[in-house]
Design a protein around this ligand. Structure first.
Ligand code: CDP
Length: 257
């Protein structure tokens, strides 16, 4: 792959198009060689949308760690795995090949699972309802964490997830904890699903998000929580552009300091 890097573990491979662009504010600075912006927060807080836009504005690459957990969940569902069989879930992760292909820095990367384009399939409500069960499995997590560290070992990255600033990159240059009220998060997910042709039911969405938050926040391994030194950003009454601008401001201020 042109400009590509092949991240290879025993069986799981992740490709990522290397992003060598850097912001003018950070040019020639030592820290420009490696910079991680970690964005964590609960379901539907808008992390992936703002993380992707902030990455494009900063000239950074974007890593959507939720997509990795979603891809393994899709594979487990397709294979009709028993979710209480922890070994089977771990093997499922290890035997998956996940590829991110960045076609254009302004749109979300396409996600391939074992060579098949699953960009839309991993956002299906069935995957959303099951992903937290898969993501709480320690062997799945340790595998994903190693990969995420490998990918983010060099270069400029915006990485979003649940445990990025706490576990995956505890020394991240900038940490942001993004949240919004549960009603607002459910509204956002409602609009997103409607636009994709689904017929979501508001109360069901609130329940699903609350359940996912609960599992993600209370699991033993790498629970969702704000890193001590993370900026807390409540986006309930902010527009996407306002959130992106805030993140851009925080990162560039840090880059200059
Ligand atoms: O976009 P949304 O808020 O629905 O979630 P996501 O970022 O796609 O993540 C889906 C699920 O993956 C989360 O609810 C977590 O259970 C899991 N996840 C995780 O455990 N750790 C991460 N770093 C990222 C996602």
């Amino acid at each position: 792959m042109e400009n590509g890097v092949l991240y290879l573990t025993t069986k799981l491979q992740i490709y990522w198009k290397v992003n060598t662009r850097i912001t003018s504010q950070m040019e020639n600075s030592e820290r420009a060689k490696h910079f991680i912006v970690a964005i964590d927060g609960p379901a539907g807080a808008g992390k992936s949308t703002v993380a992707k836009l902030a990455a494009a504005k900063l000239g950074f690459s974007y890593l959507d760690t939720g997509a990795m957990y979603r891809a393994v969940t899709l594979k487990a569902l397709n294979g009709k795995l028993n979710f209480s069989d922890r070994g089977a879930l771990g093997d499922c992760a290890k035997n998956s090949r996940i590829e991110f292909v960045e076609v254009d820095s302004n749109v979300f990367p396409q996600v391939f699972l074992d060579g098949v384009d699953v960009t839309n399939a991993i956002r299906d409500p069935l995957v959303s309802r099951n992903v937290s069960e898969v993501a709480k499995e320690p062997s799945v997590r340790s595998f994903m964490t190693d990969l995420q560290r490998e990918i983010g070992a060099q270069g400029l990255w915006v990485v979003d997830g649940r445990d990025i600033g706490t576990v995956v990159f505890p020394n991240a240059s900038v940490k942001i904890f993004l949240t919004a009220s549960i009603e607002e998060r459910a509204q956002r997910r409602f609009r997103e699903l409607k636009a994709k042709g689904y017929s979501p039911i508001m109360n069901e969405l609130i329940d699903e998000i609350a359940k996912r938050d609960e599992i993600d926040s209370n699991r033993e391994t790498a629970p969702l929580k704000k890193a001590e030194n993370a900026f807390f950003l409540d986006t309930t009454s902010l527009t996407i552009d306002q959130v992106v601008d805030k993140i851009f401001g925080i990162v560039t201020a840090k880059g200059k300091s």
